[in-house]
Ligand binder design. Structure first.
Ligand SMILES: Nc1ncnc2c1ncn2[C@@H]1O[C@H](COP(=O)(O)OP(=O)(O)OP(=O)(O)O)[C@@H](O)[C@H]1O
Ligand SMILES: [Mg+2]
Length: 457
């Protein structure tokens, strides 16, 4: 048996009003909340007829009909409530009526929650758009065997949404394009695709960027903490671009995540489990970096489950006409030009060039040539619109001297090489460093040493 005390305690909860009226209309119980709402004392209510206290009371109707009234609006003294009046039946006779009501504020709160939920969904969609893969396999142009093989393998990878993929290849070959396409064709496509450029984020911030942090984890950390990219990418794909630039200490932390599939935010010891596919990319030779102890071998094997080595453009020159056609159509829209094609002579020139910057360089060269052609009212790109491509490493002229030291002559040669490649890459230092296979930091030193700034710098 439930003790009476417990029942009245329950009925006295402040979230609801409660009243019991016996079959002659006399109030036999009223809880404190209802008394507060009525602004009356217990003795002013108990033992009195309910009709004298609240003339509209539905309890009288229930006592008369014996039928419950559920979910009606009940207003007293400016309080809006949602109420139920239930008959209490004994031996087939209505002996009393129990009525209770909940404050509408709870419903208001529900409305608020609903509004917040729709707002949250709107932001979710926005974030999804922001972090979605924008490019699909149909945008990877190429009929050459080597690129077709890579596309085939990448499509297979897309079908296995948890396999880690390593994409290697020279600068501008389309590594990021492949990463997008794999995500977009996979069952994760509706979830986020998040790119982290490991080279662009300073080493000491990369850990917080990837794993997030708790409030107070370090000076300047945001109130309430911050989720990392791994948390944001949950369910989707994280694209670790330029992984070859990651410090060895960060490599170790990534390895732990790959092994355990969980991590902790900085400043927390609460492990977080996420389900993400990792696609990593680099234009560095990781195996060589392993021998130089710049890349962890164990991490390499974890990442290297499936490797896509994207071929450089010079190894698939047969694709140049196809790429040129595709890119002309695409670039006409961006540049607002009306170029229709390229002359055979110009195409021939493109096929003789060695494309150190690969497709990105082809895109840039076409942009330049299309603008030149357009300015001269040509709708076909001719060889003369590609004059700038002749700038080639082979053109570096070296005058040998028998009076200067070897060191002086080598420095002179080095300066000319750097200057040519910087010019070719529009002073893109990362690309220059990659083409010449030198460290970015030593390239910066040499640029300073030789004063190799662009003319307008
Ligand atoms: N097969 C392709 N067909 C059409 N466009 C391509 C192809 N490959 C690459 N591109 C285009 O070339 C440009 C460079 O591609 P992307 O950024 O994917 O190269 P990347 O290998 O990641 O370069 P980096 O090493 O410099 O980061 C992009 O504009 C991309 O759309
Ligand atoms: Mg890239």
């Amino acid at each position: 048996m439930i003790p009476d005390l417990l029942v009245s305690d329950l009925l006295d909860t402040s979230a609801m009003t409660a009243i019991i009226v016996c079959n002659n209309g006399t109030v036999v119980f009223i809880n404190k909340t209802y008394l507060d709402v009525l602004g009356k004392k217990k003795e002013e209510v108990v033992g009195k007829n309910v009709g004298d206290i609240t003339p509209e009371s539905r309890t009288l109707t229930v006592l008369r009909t014996g039928k419950a009234i559920v979910g009606y609006n009940w207003s007293v003294n400016g309080y809006n409530m949602i109420a139920c009046a239930l008959p209490i039946i004994k031996d087939g006779k209505v002996v009393a009526c129990f009525a209770y009501s909940l404050f509408m504020d709870i419903w208001d709160a529900k409305d608020l929650v609903n509004n917040l939920m729709s707002e949250l969904n709107m932001y979710r969609d926005e974030v999804r758009n922001l972090y979605s893969a924008r490019h699909g396999f149909s945008e990877i142009i190429g009929q050459a065997r080597n690129i077709q093989d890579m596309k085939f393998m990448a499509q297979k990878a897309a079908l296995h949404p948890s396999i880690t993929v390593l994409v290697t290849g020279e600068s501008g070959t389309g590594k990021e394009l492949f990463a997008h396409a794999i995500h977009k064709a996979s069952s994760r496509s509706r979830m986020p695709f998040i790119r982290v450029n490991c080279a662009a984020i300073p080493e000491n911030l990369l850990e917080a960027e990837l794993f997030g942090y708790e409030e107070g984890a370090f000076t300047g950390s945001r109130k309430g903490g911050n989720p990392g990219k791994f948390e944001l990418a949950n369910g989707g794909t994280i694209f670790l671009d330029e992984i070859g630039e990651m410090s060895t200490s960060m490599q170790s932390k990534l390895l732990v995540f790959l092994q355990e599939k969980e991590f902790e935010r900085l400043g927390s010891n609460h492990p977080i489990r996420v389900n993400v596919r990792i696609i990593a990319a680099t234009n560095r030779n990781l195996e060589e970096m392993i021998t130089q102890q710049k890349f962890r071998e164990d991490l390499y094997y974890r990442l290297n489950v499936l490797t896509l080595d994207i071929p450089p453009l010079r190894n698939r020159i047969e694709d140049i006409p196809l790429l040129v056609n595709y890119l002309i159509t695409k670039l006409n829209i961006d540049l607002k030009t009306n170029v229709v094609s390229m002359s055979d002579e110009a195409l021939d020139l493109l096929s003789k060039y060695n494309w150190p910057g690969n497709i990105r360089e082809l895109v840039n060269a076409l942009q330049r040539a299309m603008l030149l052609a357009d300015m001269g009212n040509y709708n076909i790109i001719n060889a003369k619109h590609l004059y700038f491509l002749k700038i080639n490493l082979d053109n570096v002229n070296l005058s040998l001297s028998s009076t200067k030291t070897l060191k002086m002559q080598l420095r002179c040669y080095e300066k000319q090489i750097l200057s040519k490649v910087l010019e070719e890459t529009n002073y893109n230092k990362r690309k220059t460093a990659s083409i010449l296979d030198v460290d970015l930091s030593s390239l910066y030193k040499k640029i300073k040493q030789y004063g190799l700034q662009p003319d307008d710098a």
